[in-house]
Design a protein around this ligand. Sequence first.
Ligand code: IPE
Ligand code: IPE
Ligand code: MG
Length: 239
Amino acid sequence: MITDKNIPRHIAIIMDGNGRWAKQRGLSRLQGHKEGAQSVRAIVRACKDEGVKYLTLYAFSTENWARPKEEVAGLMKLLVDFLKEQECELHENKVRLRVIGRTEDMPILVQSELKRVIKATSAYDSGNLTLALSYGGRSEIVRSARLIAEQVRGGRLKPSDIDEATIAENLYAPDVPDPDLMIRTSGEMRISNFLLWQLSYSELYITDTLWPDFRAEQFHEAILEYGRRRRRFGDIDAT
Ligand code: IPE
Ligand code: IPE
Ligand code: MG
């Protein structure tokens, strides 16, 4: 039986396969992203039903800027639409929105929508939705190193006092716990620069299902699989 202790507190997802989903149907890549946005809505909802408190979604990577201009513009527009459509539900379910990544690189309209919804939901704690936007794991660690260097230069920190907690405290969302489970859809066996620091001991679940086909049922299956894993953290089993 699955008990509460087997429910991951934090699930992070690499939402991959929108393009392939569209191609299989003779549709445009953007239509794939549109259907993918429906999966986002379904999974945010499923978190509440499953009792998952933190959800982090990889929505746009630092590398994704290299895609054709029209695709990038379409993704940005979808993001604004998503924020507008989702806002009501975030309030209803007391879900706090956060964002991690180089948001300063996003179009101004996206930045202002994000700022508005982040501020409006900042007091909530029933659920936590984090969007990784213009996000790269290496870039996040570089940023942390720079912030730490400033503290050393200002005399507020000694180099010998820098430890793992110092690095973690200077990441984008230090108050979010590390993911217990990382899901990647569409079968690729790679991390693609996602949460490099935080995934250190996460369980990995990779499914061939393409992101637009990944809904509550597939999410539930991933959580069941997580419940069957034994997380040893380098130790040996107790029995
Ligand atoms: C994931 O789907 C969405 C983003 C990276 C924004 P893809 O667009 O990468 O889909 P595939 O990998 O081409 O199928
Ligand atoms: C990872 O998917 C990034 C996001 C889901 C936002 P990609 O499709 O960009 O990753 P690669 O290119 O297959 O590594
Ligand atoms: Mg992809």
